[in-house]
Design a protein. Structure first.
Length: 411
């Protein structure tokens, strides 16, 4: 609300292009995923926290009353990007492990030796809630500067009652959408996964379910088995949480089948998914969330994005921002990898980080599109053509970000 009591309005004008997914509904699949509506020489008018109007400059009527204007010459407007898979709440770093991997150790070896995720658990447990909030805020700022206006954040580095709940609160207070990753690894005080799950389900879930929107599990050799994942997810579903899985990262352990059986929202990673998994996912409502930075960093095969889309699967793309496998907050870089490594077009990458990512977070009615009535979340690219989102690899492609109708950041 501005000084005169009117809801504040923001006019992004003289934009080179205004771009949004063209296909209706969510998730977008097959050829619809790549269809993009481009308006040249256009504007976006935000009224309070909502988009009021989108159109060509020649159709812009006089806007009376107080309006803040942004000169969009040479810039493209895209929907604020949606990062549907991040691990933002952690303390410390794993730069030492990064060097060990650069020298030839593998991620799974380091994990089995008690490093990896468990070393971040140790640092996170030692941090305290205020420090965790500061860490989430710092990471959310990095994401904002890369064009992300909505992010999901997972817990999973506490693995005890206090720090799991503190992590979920920190994510929520700092504007993220919290997912309880209670089954990320077995913490050192338990010698088997089932005993840990008894504790997590019995002692943490009741409170976690009041803060989080979804639950997640790392279904993988060395982490949780399919039976353990089923038990955890069924309990989480019973408590009202949406279901997500880290699956097929290193090996196929039945994650897709389990997600389909339990009506999960997504299976994320899919680097190891074979032909049957692609078919099974394509025939379902489960979204495949592809995380090409993790595949790149760990030297794994890339997920088969082209084949998934062609088979009719709904896919989204995300950073997987975390201290181990993907210390990267940039969805534009993810789009670059999608176009150069996964065989996707710029339009498909855009649909995957907007509408389809919003669908994974059950917000596709409100975010992910530049349409009247949607949240006024807009990225302004420093480029005359929206495809620079993916084309400008690792570049400073974001010029400004509008969130909830306000200029939240400008380069
Ligand atoms: O999505 N695969 C498991 N979890 C994360 C990595 C977490 C970490 O290494 O700290 C992932 O890649
Ligand atoms: Fe992850």
């Amino acid at each position: 609300v501005s000084s005169n009591g009117e809801p504040s309005r923001l006019l992004l004008r003289d934009l080179a292009q205004v771009v949004s997914a063209a296909g209706a509904g969510a998730p977008l699949r097959g050829s619809e995923l790549g269809e993009v509506a481009v308006l040249e020489d256009a504007f976006v008018l935000c009224d309070g926290a909502r988009i009021a109007e989108v159109g060509r400059m020649r159709d812009l009527r006089a806007v009376d009353g107080e309006v803040e204007e942004v000169d969009g010459r040479g810039l493209c407007a895209l929907p604020g990007l949606v990062d549907c898979h991040t691990h933002v709440c952690f303390a410390g770093d794993r730069v030492g492990e990064f060097e060990l991997r650069a020298r030839g150790s593998s991620y799974e070896e380091l994990h089995a030796a008690g490093g990896g995720i468990l070393s971040t658990v140790e640092a996170t447990r030692a941090a305290g809630e205020e420090a965790l909030r500061a860490a989430v805020r710092r990471h959310a700022d990095w994401m904002l500067h890369a064009g992300t206006t909505t992010f999901e954040g997972k817990s999973g580095y506490g693995l005890d009652r206090e720090i799991e709940l503190a992590s979920l609160r920190a994510i929520s207070v700092e504007g993220g959408i919290p997912t309880w990753l209670g089954a990320h690894a077995v913490p050192p005080e338990y010698d088997d996964a089932d005993a840990y799950l008894d504790f997590a389900i019995g002692e943490v879930l009741p409170e976690a379910a009041r803060i989080a929107e979804a639950a997640d599990v790392f279904l993988e050799r060395g982490a949780f088995s399919a039976d353990q994942a089923r038990r955890y997810l069924e309990a989480c579903r019973e408590a009202g949480l949406g279901l997500r899985l880290h699956g097929d990262q290193f090996s196929e352990q039945g994650a897709i089948g389990l997600a389909v059986e339990l009506d999960g929202r997504s299976v994320d990673h899919l680097e190891a998914t074979g032909d049957d998994g692609i078919r099974q996912l394509a025939a379902s409502d489960v979204v495949g969330v592809l995380l090409p930075v993790a595949a790149l960093v760990l030297g794994r095969p890339m997920p088969r994005g082209r084949e998934l889309v062609d088979a009719g699967a709904a896919i989204a793309l995300a950073t997987d921002f975390n201290p181990g496998s993907a210390f990267c907050e940039s969805l534009p870089l993810v789009c670059s990898l999608a176009c150069t490594q996964l065989g996707l077009s710029p339009g498909e990458a855009l649909g995957a980080v907007s509408v389809n990512a919003a669908h994974v977070l059950r917000r596709a009615e409100r975010i992910g599109r530049l349409s009247p009535g949607f949240d006024a979340d807009v990225v302004l690219l420093d480029a005359p053509d929206w495809r620079h989102l993916a084309y400008h690899i690792g570049g400073e492609v974001v010029s400004a970000v509008v969130r909830s109708g306000r200029l939240a950041w400008r380069r």
